[in-house]
Ligand binder design. Structure first.
Ligand code: CA
Length: 231
């Protein structure tokens, strides 16, 4: 079970302590967040193998947190919650959670759910290996690992930058409209804020392009959108 890291998002100290003891005994590396904002900040700096989270958090509802994580990450999420209504489970699963465990829970059940999540992850990675890389020129985007390379050197993109690049890379050669990019990345209320795109595309170009002012990869279609060059 080495090299498996788990982010615990839980505001109750006793449950955090219980999870810490149980999971570290099984050899997992643990990260802990007590609030949604803290969890997002931690996920932005590194993606764990698995997330175990509570729904009742002090700053953001767990279901909203799941939706926000799902905007840019496919990390498996197991919900641990006292909410036991069928509708609570459906909301969490529809938002993108992979599993739901009702509190109070037994250690053996939790461990079994973790094993299931890891098994799914394994199958998914195997299935994605073949078809999940886009490349043009020196640029390579590995979708399953969420990694971007220029000439085999990894480029660090923020989650938002990565999401924008992915949307272009999934439609190589085609123009993706400003409206679509804004809606998908920032949400339905933001479809007129094209200045966001200018800033973010500028940042992505700084990281990917040899001459950001004369981009080779990300082409602006003025007034319409952006296009990623294909071969
Ligand atoms: Ca709670």
């Amino acid at each position: 079970m080495n090299n498996i890291s788990i982010l615990i998002v839980e505001d109750e100290p006793e449950i955090r302590r219980f999870l810490r003891v149980t999971l570290s005994n099984h050899g997992f590396t643990l990260f802990e967040a007590t609030k949604g904002a803290e969890a997002i900040a931690m996920l932005e700096s590194s993606i764990p193998t698995l997330v175990i989270m509570d729904l009742g958090l002090p700053d953001i509802d767990g279901v909203d947190l799941i939706k926000r994580i799902r905007d840019w990450s496919t990390v498996p999420i197991i919900v641990l919650s006292v909410r036991s209504m069928e509708s609570d489970k459906i909301d969490a699963l529809d938002a993108g959670a992979d599993d739901f465990v009702t509190k109070p829970f037994g250690v053996f059940e939790l461990m079994a759910r973790i094993r299931v999540a890891l098994r799914h992850l394994d199958l998914r990675d195997k299935g994605e290996e073949e078809s999940s890389v886009f490349s043009v020129g020196d640029l390579k985007v590995d979708f399953s690992r969420r990694e971007v390379f220029i000439k085999d050197t990894q480029v660090h993109l923020t989650p938002t930058e990565y999401k924008l690049l992915t949307m272009l890379a999934q439609n190589p050669g085609k123009v993706v409209s400003q409206e679509t990019l804004l809606r998908e990345v920032w949400g339905p209320g933001h479809s007129k804020r094209s200045h966001y795109l200018r800033v973010y595309m500028g940042n992505i170009r700084q990281k990917l392009e040899e001459k950001p002012a004369r981009p080779r990869y990300i082409i602006t279609e003025p007034g319409v959108g952006y296009r990623l060059k294909d071969d």
